[in-house]
Design a protein around this ligand. Sequence first.
Ligand code: HSE
Length: 436
Amino acid sequence: MSNKVNVGIIGFGTVGAGVARALLEKGALLEQRIGARPVLRRVCDRDFRRSRGFRLPAGMSTTDPADILRDPDIQVVVELIGGLEPAKSFILEALRQGKHVVTANKALLAHAGRELFNAAAKSHTDLYFEASVGGGIPIIKGLREGLVANEIDAIIGIVNGTSNYVLTQMRERRLSFHEALLQAKQHGYAERNPSLDIDGHDASHKLAILTLLGFGMSVKLEDMYIEGISKISQADIQYADELGYCIKPVVIAKRVDHELEVRVHPTLLEKTHLLANVNGVYNAIYVHGDMVGGALFYGRGAGQNPAASSVVADIADVVRNIASGATQRIPLGKPVAHGIRRVRRMGSVETRYYMRFMVTDKPGVLAKISGVLGRHHISIATVHQKERKAARIVPVVMMSHEAKESNVRAALQAIDRLGFVKRPTVAIRTEAPRSQ
Ligand code: HSE
């Protein structure tokens, strides 16, 4: 084969520009390392007027995706427009045309991963997606290749850089939620629609991909429990801090007997927990397997260059596979859910809870609250009442022992109906460190 592989990029946004620039500037270096040269041939976008900080060579830009999808000389199509359509049609068309595809499109993979993998297998082409989870962290390669000998029993991660950045800024700089989010947007971390980040959906897409790779299970998004960070207040960040915890935007896929817990929510982590020290835009994914024990993957989870680093790594893999005739080296079509029968109902999940009650400061209040908790089999580990200042409403913060989610929900519903409870109670789950 020729030692050149032509690449077309669809989507010249933040990540697309980073990839284009890397291919233009690092072609020779990549060729030395890979043994063949990925050559940028075409870049497609609707609009090229906005400055991307560098110039594409003359004649490289197009506004028509067909110029890439139908160009017989382009072997690798990089899809970086995001969203479900037209991205899905572009990818399927590229695969039908016998082209290999690299994408960062977590939403599409979460919704239609199996269909795309089957289409790639059918046309005997490669579909790579390292940048879809964890930005610059090679977690996809880690799970598919590095940990292939393992039965995975837990994946616990911080996979949304924007949410992690917002909570970190709120804790370290006492910023409001909105001030911190604005900064995340200005840095280019947030999705075009930042509610995808803040409401946990971006993280759920990434968790769907991790669950597929780690446990061989295609979990539908509607079967996951998803809760965002917008209800986390400065007060809870401070009380958690006083109790020795950080609040982190966590995703969890964990085997419990024959069921898999698959959930996305803000979580209290003890400050000594490895993931509690993952701050700002950094992501980390902790994987526990039967042979490796615990393994932690850490790095920048959002931003132009980290994501582009992963996309270029995928292009390099595809180029290597073409060069060695090893396309479909790692097929992805087959489910391999060893012994896991279903997704665990959220009501059955057991964790310790942080609870903040806003109550009138008068005798008997604590006794009534602990009575309701007791009737719902919830055992209290610690109680802290904050000093009353001007207002007559005081926060009472409790940590529970392990309790069942359905019991906690029922108890809090009953408690919030009591006359001395003045605001809806805040409850945040905790996650204990796993033994190595
Ligand atoms: N908006 C995403 C994040 C970017 O904040 O993590 C990477 O997927």
